[in-house]
Ligand binder design. Structure first.
Ligand SMILES: C/C(=C\CNc1ncnc2c1ncn2[C@@H]1O[C@H](COP(=O)(O)O)[C@@H](O)[C@H]1O)CO
Length: 242
């Protein structure tokens, strides 16, 4: 389990976590070498305060890095934005760190801004390409920039103890399937959940159930993923799933 008292610099704060089935020594070695920020690392006054707090904190361990995958679209109904904000607030209120894709877009921005506003720690993993296109990063977060989407996804998974997927598009599905397929393969041992909004995930759940019923999926995907429609209940489940 990650402990806030063990956090030093931003890079050192990414200690191996309770949930990793991967070789933890290799993981730690990688953290010290291959994953340094590659373009820029923005530490806003707010994020520097958070790092300082983490260094000086006497809080007991038990806090997690919870990764949120969700839509980057800016053309969304409030029902999705409200659910994303509720998740960000719940993560922050429970004392956990929200890890996400960094940019102030769509549900990504809504969840991260809500977590920051609730006083939570937020780590955003951005990419050189998207930043070069002028995508705005959420204010008040700790940013780590990676080379591309693939490196970003890898880094988000390395940093995180648990995974939550909100409604989204191709990028979100890619991230969701990457995590649950690694859980299925035994490469990753981490709680993973869908936060359903307005029945968005029903067709996906039906498709995956059908794939299992037909024998196309060798194991039941539901063993690797829970579905919730309430952010508080979801965060409480993650805390009890460890
Ligand atoms: C052109 C647009 C966005 C550029 N692409 C992305 N921007 C931010 N985050 C992205 C992008 N592509 C993948 N991601 C990650 O996947 C999720 C969002 O993807 P989706 O396709 O919007 O579902 C998110 O979790 C990111 O980590 C303007 O739309």
């Amino acid at each position: 389990m990650r402990s806030r008292t063990r956090q030093g610099t931003l890079k050192r704060s990414y200690a191996p976590t309770w949930s990793k089935a991967v070789n933890s020594q290799k993981h730690a070695a990688n953290l010290g070498t291959s994953f340094a920020p590659t373009c820029r690392q923005l530490l806003s006054p707010n994020s520097m305060r958070n790092v300082q707090d983490a260094e000086n904190s006497s809080l007991p361990g038990g806090f997690m890095n919870i990764c949120v995958f969700c839509s980057s679209s800016n053309n969304l109904d409030d029902i999705y934005l409200d659910a994303a904000a509720a998740l960000g607030r719940a993560i922050a209120r429970h004392g956990h760190t929200l890890v996400f894709g960094g940019y102030d877009m769509g549900l990504m921005g809504a969840s991260a801004r809500a977590a920051v506003e609730a006083g939570g720690r937020v780590i955003g993993i951005t990419t050189e390409g998207l930043s070069a296109k002028g995508r705005a990063v959420v204010a008040g977060i700790e940013e780590e920039c990676t080379t591309d989407l693939s490196a970003r996804k890898k880094r988000m998974v390395e940093l995180s103890d648990a995974f939550v997927t909100l409604p989204g598009g191709l990028g979100t599905f890619d991230e969701f399937f990457s995590v649950i397929s690694r859980v299925k393969a035994g490469e990753l041992n981490a709680p993973s959940a869908l936060l359903d909004v307005d029945g968005f995930f029903k067709p996906l759940a039906a498709l995956l159930d059908d794939a299992y019923a037909r024998g196309l999926n060798s194991s039941n995907w539901r063993a690797a993923c829970e579905i919730f429609d309430d952010a508080e209940a979801l965060v409480a489940w993650i805390e009890n799933a460890r």
